[in-house]
Design a protein around this ligand. Structure first.
Ligand code: ADP
Ligand code: GLC
Length: 468
């Protein structure tokens, strides 16, 4: 068994702001049959602590970045979950990253430095007799791990795999907080954790981890370009030999369709329309389930929505985030063919996948994207920007793919409102040809979107990182 500690700032079913939580939650079960004992280390946010009330404390530290801390042994399904209980850092109302006004918690660098340091202490001493051989680091929140490993003098016996879920979040902190974060002066260099005069936790992870993955092959290639690298493309080009793309899967137990054939959709579509107050109609019901942020390109959708609705399609949107986007979608809901729900609603997101005809994902960049995968599994045809994991998972209904009968959705490029409008018109054309539409639905539902392929790849990577 390879013993792996997965270090993450979110994990379903306990705490989720985006796809990272789904991935972190699915990996342990996906890896278990492949000989990896993957345990998860998660901050003890208030909601997490409430969910693991009686879990025993198995480690105690009198001081972790300014206060006492414990590690609880809780459960993630059948697997061990280690919860970092450090009330001075995590016991507060609000989201994992933001205060009630939507601003980053000012002590975020320290909070997640503490998570990283806790992982290293666990690697140093073991926990309940279990000693991780590999640390799997998710995003900037775990990026400082290699720095602390070196400080602890155990970098040589623990392998590190850094996974980039989103390069837009880089874990920046002022240079002056080096002391507070316990970072060695010697590492404050362009080869280390320094980034243009600041500390960057993500940069540290990228520069110093043994291996790096991101969540799709296309995003791996994109990350090495100035257009997508967000300033870190140079670091990634430098580490190209150690970088690969491992496409995410989805938990098909949770996200499988509640029907086996495209026809099964009808009942769910009626239920979805009823729940959203949308009238019956002959056009396709297009759905969106998304964070509302600039990344997701929803402003492009707003620009073309009137034309789409004018062609007889309906649009159902579930999301929250950016106040301006929330308001503009709220205004769109005045149209009789549009329904908008601002907020986070797991049950409704399932019904939208099951009842929708098409799912729209016009992202400007998308490391992997999960909702197009849910769409495929439900025969809800994805209309996606040709970028990142969206490019890797959807087969565009161009004439060649249609002739060969292999298409599963619609891609557009460049990521502009004009190109999106063209893709939506192509979608409307196929909608007018029900045989073609059903064929695409069947292709989509047959596509393998589970974790098997990625799990095998992670198992191989972990094994390669084990030191003797
Ligand atoms: P990202 O992680 O960038 O937000 P992903 O597509 O990887 O994008 O993952 C988003 C996840 O969050 C999906 O599981 C999606 O269903 C879910 N999600 C996003 N917004 C909402 C919402 N408003 N209600 C319910 N689920 C949502
Ligand atoms: C990030 C990305 C998303 C990806 C998810 C899980 O949040 O934005 O594309 O699917 O992580 O890896």
């Amino acid at each position: 068994m390879t013993q792996v500690l997965s270090v993450t700032s979110e994990c379903v079913p306990l705490v989720k702001t985006g796809g990272l939580a789904d991935v972190a939650g699915a990996l342990p079960d996906a890896l278990a049959p492949l000989g990896a004992d993957l345990r998860t280390l998660l901050p003890g946010y208030r909601a997490v602590m409430a969910a693991c009330g009686t879990a025993p404390a198995v480690l105690h530290w009198p001081d972790l970045m300014g206060g006492p801390a414990r590690v609880l042994h809780a459960a993630l399904g059948a697997r061990a979950l280690y919860v970092l209980d450090a009330p001075h850092l995590f016991d507060r109302a609000g989201s994992p990253y933001l205060d009630a006004d939507g601003r980053d918690w000012p002590d975020n660098p320290r909070r997640f430095a503490a998570l990283s340091l806790a992982a290293v202490r666990i690697a140093a001493t073991g926990i309940e007799g279990w000693v991780p051989q590999v640390l799997h680091l998710h995003d900037w929140q775990a990026g400082l791990v290699p720095v602390y490993l070196a400080e602890a003098g155990i970098a040589g016996r623990v392998g590190t795999l850094m996974t980039v879920h989103n390069i837009a979040f880089q874990g920046l902190a002022p240079a002056a907080s080096r002391g507070e974060l316990g970072l060695p002066e010697s590492g404050f260099t362009p080869e280390g954790y320094e980034y243009f005069g600041q500390i960057s936790a993500l940069k540290a992870g990228l520069a110093l981890s043994d291996a790096i993955t991101t969540v799709s092959p296309t995003y791996a290639a994109e990350l090495m370009t100035p257009e997508f690298g967000m300033g870190l493309d140079g670091v990634l080009r430098h580490r190209q030999a150690h970088l690969s793309g491992v496409l995410n899967g989805i938990d098909t137990g949770v996200w499988g369709a509640p029907y086996k054939t495209p026809q099964g959709k009808r009942r769910h579509k009626a239920a979805l329309r009823a729940q959203l107050g949308l009238p019956d109609g002959d056009g396709p019901l297009c759905v969106v389930v998304s964070r509302m942020s600039a990344q997701k390109g929803l402003d492009l959708l707003l620009a073309v929505a009137p034309a789409l609705l004018g062609q007889g399609a309906q649009l159902a949107v579930l999301g929250s985030g950016d106040a301006d986007l929330e308001k503009r979608f709220g205004d769109l809901a005045a149209h009789p063919g549009a329904a908008v729900r601002i907020g986070y609603d797991e049950a409704l997101s399932h019904l939208m996948m099951a009842g929708g005809d098409a799912i729209l994902v016009p992202s400007r960049f998308e490391p992997c994207g999960l909702t197009q995968l849910y769409g495929l599994a439900h025969g809800t045809l994805p209309v996606v920007a040709r970028t990142g994991g969206l490019a890797d998972t959807v087969i565009d209904a161009n004439p060649a793919a249609q002739a060969m009968g292999v298409a599963t959705g619609f891609q557009f490029a460049p990521v502009t409102a004009e190109a999106l409008a063209v893709a939506l018109s192509r979608m409307m054309q196929v909608w007018q040809a029900p045989d073609q539409w059903r064929r695409m639905q069947r292709n989509a539902m047959r596509q393998l979107v589970g974790w098997a392929v990625a799990a095998a790849e992670y198992a191989r990577l972990y094994q390669g990182l084990v030191r003797n």
